[in-house]
Each structure stands twice: as C-alpha cells, then as structure tokens.
Design a protein around this ligand. Structure first.
Ligand SMILES: [Zn+2]
Length: 106
C-alpha cells in the first residue's frame, strides 16, 4: 500500500503509456502495396480511443505508400480505419494491418 500515493501522477502515467507503446510497437510494418519492409515507424496518438491499444504508421521507402499497423479490438480497428480513411478524403490509398502484419478485413 506504500506505493499508492505515488501512482497516478501525470509523470508516472506518461511513463507507463510510453512503456506500453514501446512494448507493442512493431519492429517493422509490411508495405500494403509492394510488401516491402518499413522500418521508420511513427506512433499515432490514440488517447481516448476505446479499444485501440496502439496505432503506428510508416511510409514505404520504395513505393511511398502509407501503411498503418493498429493494435486493438478487431471491430474497433475497423472503426478506426474507416474513420481515418474518411478523414483522409476520397480515393486515399491507405493500407491498414494489425501489428502482426495481418490484413484488416473491412
Ligand atoms: Zn511499398
């Protein structure tokens, strides 16, 4: 019980969130278009998105297309994907997969 008073400070929460993201961030994303490996991975802010544990984006060094890897509940991942595509505008080509590199079914 001695630790209770230290829990929940902003600093601790930030550290915990960072550790959690580090743990689930994929080492690489497989490009949805050319299947090339993307090693430059950007964390997306998913705070407030229920059911989404982490979202990561990478731009393929070969074909320049964007691929996202999302970790979360399957139906929430689809929601996220559809909202993201809508926000990117019609005709945007975004590949989305789970962080294990599996394609996400719409
Ligand atoms: Zn590619």
């Amino acid at each position: 019980m001695g630790q209770a008073k230290n829990r929940g400070t902003l600093q601790v929460r930030i550290e915990q969130a960072k550790t959690r993201i580090d743990a689930i961030r994929p080492k690489k994303i497989i490009c949805n278009d050319c299947k090339g490996e993307i090693n430059e991975i950007t964390d997306l802010d998913v705070r407030g998105l229920i059911g989404i544990r982490g979202a990561f984006a990478g731009i393929c060094p070969k074909c320049k297309s964007s691929t996202f890897a999302i970790d979360g509940d399957p139906e929430k991942v689809v929601d996220f994907m559809m909202a993201f595509e809508a926000s990117m505008g019609k005709g945007s080509e975004i590949g989305i997969q789970t962080r294990n590199g599996e394609p996400v079914e719409e």
